[in-house]
Design a protein around this ligand. Structure first.
Ligand code: GTP
Ligand code: MG
Length: 208
C-alpha cells in the first residue's frame, strides 16, 4: 500500500469531539520526543503534516489525519514529560486514556520506544495499562539511525525480553528511522493487513 492522500482533519481535546468513528484508526503514542509526529510524516512522506519539534511536549491534542480517504492516523501527546506542570500532565494523561479506552474504531496503538535506550520502566508500565484496558498494540523502536543497527536491534531485543516476564503473547514490532525511512514499508503493509481484516469482519456482520 502507498499513501496517495494524507489530510489533516482536526485536533480534539477529548474523545467525544473526535471525527465520527467510521474508519479504521491507528494511534501513535509514546514518551514525549520519542518521534511520534516525525514517524507520521515519514509514513505519509509529508514533512509538514504533523508538527515536530526538538522540544518535548509539542503535540498537545488528539490529531486526526485521513489517509487515502480510507483510514485515520492519530498523533497523540507524549506521556511522562517532566517539564510541564503536574496539572497539564494530568490533563494530557486523562485525554490519552479517555481516547484509548473509548475510541471504538481504534484498531491498534503503535507504542513508540526510543531504540537508543535499554528497557525503560515508564514504557513497560504504559504497556501494562494498555493490557489492563484490553487494547491491542504494537511496538515501534524509533530513531534507529542515531545508533548502530546492532545497538538498536539489541535494545529492541532487550525490551521484548523484559516484556516476556509479564506477557504471554508478544505483539509484532518494528524498528524505524524517520530520517532514513526505515520501517515505512513494513508499517504500511501491516496497516493494510489490518484494514483488510476490518473490512472482512464488517462484511461478515453485514451478511449475517
Ligand atoms: P511530542 O509531540 O513532543 O511528544 O514529541 P514526538 O514524539 O512527536 O517527537 P517529534 O516527532 O516531534 O520528534 C522529536 C525530535 O526527534 C525531533 O527533533 C525529530 O527531528 C527527532 N526525530 C524523530 N524521529 C527521528 C528519527 O528517526 N531519527 C532522528 N535522527 N531523529 C528523529
Ligand atoms: Mg508530536
Amino acid at each position: 500500500m502507498d499513501v496517495v492522500t494524507a489530510k489533516y482533519v482536526i485536533s480534539s481535546p477529548s474523545v467525544d469531539l473526535c471525527p465520527k468513528p467510521d474508519k479504521p484508526e491507528y494511534a501513535f503514542i509514546g514518551r514525549s520526543n520519542v518521534g511520534k509526529s516525525s514517524l507520521i510524516n515519514m509514513i505519509t512522506k509529508n514533512s509538514s503534516l504533523a508538527k515536530t519539534s526538538n522540544t518535548p511536549g509539542k503535540t498537545q491534542l488528539i490529531n486526526h489525519f485521513l489517509i487515502n480517504n480510507e483510514f485515520y492516523i492519530v498523533d497523540l501527546p507524549g506521556y511522562g514529560f517532566a517539564k510541564v506542570s503536574q496539572n497539564t500532565r494530568a490533563v494530557w494523561e486523562k485525554m490519552i486514556e479517555g481516547y484509548i479506552k473509548e475510541r471504538k474504531s481504534l484498531v491498534t496503538v503503535f507504542v513508540l520506544i526510543d531504540s537508543r535506550h535499554e528497557p525503560q520502566k515508564l514504557d513497560l508500565e504504559f504497556l501494562r495499562k494498555l493490557g489492563d484496558w484490553g487494547v491491542a498494540f504494537n511496538m515501534v523502536f524509533t530513531k534507529a539511525d542515531k545508533s548502530t543497527q546492532r545497538e538498536a536491534a539489541k535494545h529492541a531485543r532487550q525490551f521484548i525480553e523484559a516484556m516476556k516476564l509479564e506477557w504471554e503473547f508478544i505483539p509484532r514490532s518494528f524498528i524505524t528511522s524517520a530520517v532514513k525511512f526505515h520501517g515505512r514499508k513494513e508499517i504500511l503493509g501491516y496497516i493494510k493487513e489490518l484494514n483488510d481484516q476490518v473490512a472482512e469482519a464488517g462484511s461478515q456482520i453485514a451478511d449475517s
